[in-house]
Design a protein around this ligand. Structure first.
Ligand code: FES
Length: 113
């Protein structure tokens, strides 16, 4: 893999740390990102809610959805789409390398999700 292919991946926390609380907030470059562990998969969404800016990492996981603590909007962690609404939370690609969660520095475009 070339340097240009790896440059946008930012190492964050060990998966083992995420397993304890199933959610956490990390810094990825200049963005705050909320990580969630759903089953054995890790998802990354911008932490700042698209509705009114609350921290999704302070929210909950409920029936496979990320639920914002402020007004209970529910987001699909895979696509970022809010249930029953037109809004979409930016999501980031994630990979696990040697037990560490790496997050793409840039969110996926909504066309790709
Ligand atoms: S700030 Fe997230 S639902 Fe309102």
């Amino acid at each position: 893999m070339s340097d240009t292919e790896t440059a946008h991946w930012i190492a964050t926390v060990p998966v083992a740390d995420l397993a304890r609380r199933r959610r956490t907030r990390v810094e990825v470059g200049d963005r705050a990102v909320a990580l969630f562990l759903v089953g054995d998969r890790v998802f990354a969404l911008d932490d700042v809610c698209v509705h009114k800016g609350r921290s999704l990492a302070r929210g909950a996981l409920w029936q496979g959805r990320v639920v914002c603590p402020a007004h209970q909007w529910a987001f699909d962690p895979e696509t970022g789409r809010a249930d029953g609404r037109d809004e979409c939370q930016p999501v980031h690609d994630v990979r696990v390398v040697d037990g560490v969660v790496e997050v793409s520095a840039h969110p996926r475009s909504q066309e790709e999700s």
